[in-house]
Design a protein around this ligand. Sequence first.
Ligand code: EZ4
Ligand code: CO
Length: 408
Amino acid sequence: MKITEADVVVTSPGRNFVTLRLTTEDGLTGLGDATLNGRELAVVAYLSEHVVPLLIGRDAGRIEDTWQYLYRGAYWRRGPVTMAAIAAVDTALWDIKAKAAGMPLYQLLGGASRTGALAYGHASGRDIPELLDSIRAHLEQGFRAIRVQTGIPGLGTVYGVASSAGDDGRYDYEPARRTALPTVETWDTRAYLRHVPTVFEAVRAEFGPDLPLLHDGHHRMTPIQAAKLGKSLEPYDLFWLEDATPGEDQTALRLIRQHTTTPLAIGEVFNSVHDYTVLLQERLIDYVRSAVTHAGGITALRKVLDLAGVYGIKSGMHGPTDISPVGMAAALHLDLAIHNFGIQEYMPHSLATLEVFRTSYGFKDGLLHPSDSPGLGVELDLDAAARFPYEAAYLPVSRLTDGTVHDW
Ligand code: EZ4
Ligand code: CO
């Protein structure tokens, strides 16, 4: 079954998405997510200029060989742009293979290991009362695990926190604001470190000891600051502390680990198993944060997770709204199939996004299920996609109070 067509579709229903759509000679189509928030058009060029010409005429059934051809066959390996492009090809080929088999993709990955994937939602508030309301709203929506982010006294807008009270508790239909240049936010790590334990004290006092709580540090601490935060949060029994230190520095996690039993998660910005080898073999983390979209697809992420499983480390796939519904569906099939599933991040997409991407996955009693539709179970409405043209959008940049650019 030859690939006859490969289309790179850019659409922006509230935020930007890049999708690869492959068509085979017998008319099957497969979708892959290639969205790289804030660098979308680099992946479009990589795919259109350097990958699409290689795909036309290839056997759509040869998924592993195509992955190796695009990765090992190119001199320049790894990196977020390359791996998002390879991920899209890989995901689209799995979609086609599962559709050809008439099965939901998770069946080809070994079948279901569970009834559904435990999801966590994003609660936030500019202050503690707003946060507590947001947690209540998420519990009412059915979430059984909650990420907790708040504003920090003395600082202005903080990334990850919804901007207005009384909204529906969502901060990132469009966190990458639609401006030609990134906005700037002010950051102060010491103020953050003082405040966060008081937040978890209040949340535990209100909701009790049982509710799984997560927190995202967005790579902003030094190793010793992260060690201190992990230690100060131990009484509140976090499910995980995420992205405590900058993503490039695997040995930073060694230092954090020496000081705290707070579970650690990292990897949403990683793109290769080689970003994980020290972390897994030395058991420096508890959860692998990579998404299918950014880690080279189902083929590559499955291998990372199998390696993680050897060390008792679980999955915790990235699932913000900048992972498209195609990327989310791919994650859900993998979540259902693997043994060492931990948790799945889930921010529901906007109604406009769901007009473009027709999904079949479901959320019930805190669990996500990819559905039993053949393939990924997502279809792309090209007419709807065309109604939402690309607009440049960027995540904010953080500067310290003295103006120094700070880490993401
Ligand atoms: O900042 O997806 O855990 N989730 C996150 C996200 C990321 C965005 C970056 O594109 O950290 O909100
Ligand atoms: Co994160």
